[in-house]
Design a protein around this ligand. Sequence first.
Ligand code: 8YV
Length: 321
Amino acid sequence: ADPRPVLLLTGTIMDKVVEPQLMPQFQLIGGDDVEGAVAAHGAAVRGVVTRGRLPVTDALMARLPKLEIVANFGVGYDTVDAAAAARRGVVVTNTPDVLNEEVADLTLGLLLATVREIPQSDRYLRAGKWASAPFPLGATLRDRSVGLVGMGRIGQAIARRLAAFGLPIAYHSRNPAPDVPYRHYPNLADLARDVDTLILILPGGPATRGLVDAEILAALGPRGILINVARGSVVDEPALIAALEAGTILAAGLDVFADEPNVPEALRARDNVVLLPHVGSATHFTRAAMGQLVVDNLRAWFKGAGPVTPVAETPWPPRGA
Ligand code: 8YV
């Protein structure tokens, strides 16, 4: 029998970085046919590698009795039931830190694109409208103050950039972040009322579902600009569309959506939104680093050295050990 540990891949992970490195050391199953692989070999699976397209639920883990580790490609692991993994003694890893600066770069790009209407200006020029009239004057960053929702590692990288832009910064998160000089708001509605620009960079999942709703958008107000580089689930998307249509807020820049890759026509048809296809970390450089961290976690785990980057729900060594 093949002594290599069996890993279940829930789809393609990163066929130029991850799979070629795993292949010599592991038996890879799944990919295009997860259901078939689980039905045939579920009892042998010791690791799951996922990119989040197929959720790693408690029900899936129940069919993998030898499961030890779920390695998530991505810092956000809202598609993995980490609490259930913890109950089962399964460690979950993600890919933190290696994408902080990349996502923060893209966030500032999306902020500038939205406030200064960069894609709209480009469309205007291409449509041949420049010769008849200059592009209409619009909003600025110069009179804005920014509220970050989430002040984790990526949030802090965004805040450093905003500080260099000379913008006032405040933030909301469940607990104040240590060593952060900005004002902390325990209540999101209060933050939304006090700023005119909100940037969402917090984890998805049940705890934050629908956090930005009609009330928060109303508090942000008619000058309001919403930037979301977190998860689509954090925003009540119909409420956002209604707010953009009614002028409750001014504009939005979105890299993430409720039902990716499906983006509501109501958003696609609007001119006061900038829409990106979830590209926050999507560069050769950073995706390679993320892929390498997935590989490093699996290699470390299966040589008995523990995970490199376990998530908060499954600390290593385990609590009480
Ligand atoms: C990836 C992300 O798009 O890291 C994350 O949380 O959202 C992205 O970097 C995704 O996880 C995998 O494709």
